[in-house]
Design a protein around this ligand. Structure first.
Ligand SMILES: C[S@@+](CC[C@H](N)C(=O)[O-])C[C@H]1O[C@@H](n2cnc3c(N)ncnc32)[C@H](O)[C@@H]1O
Length: 370
């Protein structure tokens, strides 16, 4: 059963995520498309996979086959909406190919990054992608497409929001969760507004724990989790409590994986002088060092951890406060770097967006009690 996965922009993270669900060969990758040949790809939990933009089945391998595929929709009683995009055909070429189908409403070159036209996001819509993949052309129909509207509900409609916290994108939360191997019970010790815990419960985690050193974030996270319970009819247990990670931990919940965005420094506007950014790097470094030590002292058993470390692209890495220096220091507490994907030999991945002044280095650690 041939088909294609269309990844988003964070390729390394997306590969690590998918590799945790199913085996595939990296040789079948071309740009952001993966060719698969296994019917199990049709049953993956795509809605909770942040790295997959769309998944397609092949409907035709030549233009004439494709036109006869389209003619089925032309004969249907209800007017179909067909969205057409391609990685090599221009909109006017697409338009020319589809003249003569009077009972289909076409929209051309909708750009895979932006499936926003809500009008086109209902069950009647058909998403078609004409793909040139290693010099062969495939005509594809999506059986999964990332639903921007659904993401927006939990990102913008949650009752407690705080733009100053930087807002962890739901897709990144999903990828971080999927990089961990066991997410039955997870803990976020920098929970903020609870974005990560919200994604965890949506993907089926039954026990979530969160802490923060600000009372308003504890109450806010509780509110947001309650919102998820009601909005999506979910069933889970949660416990959100106060904990300053630079202080001795009062108690640590029983969790399988610690997954957290962590502290990324003060919110930035982009005009900060270098010495301010350097000071931020050192503050974050010291905070993480305290956090890892305090956690190791209080942890009841071994666990795995997926977190972000801030990278300030405007300034050169300061080796004293670098992530690798941190790794060296925390190894004596029992932490060891694990690749985010062993299969594809991806150690860590950088999550970056053009308009951001701080990037996130995504890493995974194993903790063994010493
Ligand atoms: C980047 S935010 C995390 C945001 C969260 N992922 C979200 O989407 O809302 C970092 C969080 O770390 C918390 N924090 C900073 N220093 C802390 C400390 N010493 N102990 C515990 N939490 C701390 C902040 O209050 C903030 O909520």
């Amino acid at each position: 059963m041939l088909g294609f996965i269309h990844f988003g922009n964070q390729l390394d993270l997306s590969l690590a995520e998918l590799g945790n669900f199913i085996d595939f060969d990296r040789k079948c990758l071309y740009d952001n498309f993966l060719l698969f040949n296994n019917s199990k790809f049709y049953d993956l939990p795509y809605d909770s996979m942040g790295g997959v933009r769309a998944a397609y089945r092949i409907v035709a391998k030549s233009e004439s086959e494709f036109l006869s595929y389209l003619s089925r929709f032309d004969k249907a009683d209800d007017k179909k909406h067909v969205l057409l995009d391609s990685n090599f055909m221009k909109p006017h070429h697409l338009r020319k190919m589809c003249v003569g189908f009077n009972n289909i409403k076409f929209k051309y070159a909708f750009k895979a990054t932006d499936y926003r036209p809500v009008r086109f996001q209902n069950k009647k819509d058909v998403f078609v992608y004409i793909l040139k993949f290693k010099s062969q052309v495939y005509f594809l129909e999506a059986f999964f497409i990332a639903n921007a509207k659904k993401y927006a509900i939990r990102d913008y409609k949650k009752p407690y929001r705080d733009a100053k916290l930087g807002m962890l994108p739901p897709k990144l939360s999903q990828m971080m969760l999927n990089i961990a191997t066991n997410t039955n019970a997870i803990y976020d010790p920098f929970c903020g507004t609870g974005s990560l815990l919200m994604e965890a419960v949506l993907s089926g985690t039954k026990n979530v724990y969160g802490s923060d050193y600000k009372q308003e974030n504890i109450e806010g996270t509780d509110k947001n989790l309650f919102f998820m319970q009601r909005k999506f009819g979910l069933n889970f247990q949660s416990n959100v409590f106060m904990q300053d990670v630079t202080k001795k931990f009062n108690d640590v919940p029983n969790f399988n994986a610690l997954i957290s965005e962590g502290y990324l420094g003060k919110p930035l506007h982009g005009n900060e002088p270098d010495n301010f950014l350097k000071a931020q790097m050192h503050t974050v470094f010291e905070l993480y060092l305290d956090f890892f030590r305090n956690l190791s002292l209080a942890a009841k058993s071994d666990f795995e951890l997926v977190m972000c470390y801030p990278i300030f692209p405007k300034i050169a890495a300061d080796s004293d406060a670098s992530f690798f220096n941190l790794l060296g220091k925390i190894s004596e507490y029992g932490y060891e770097l694990e690749p985010i994907s062993r299969q594809f030999k991806i150690k860590t991945a950088l999550y970056q967006r053009n308009n951001q002044f701080v990037h996130r280095l995504i890493f995974k650690l194993g903790f063994k009690k010493v």
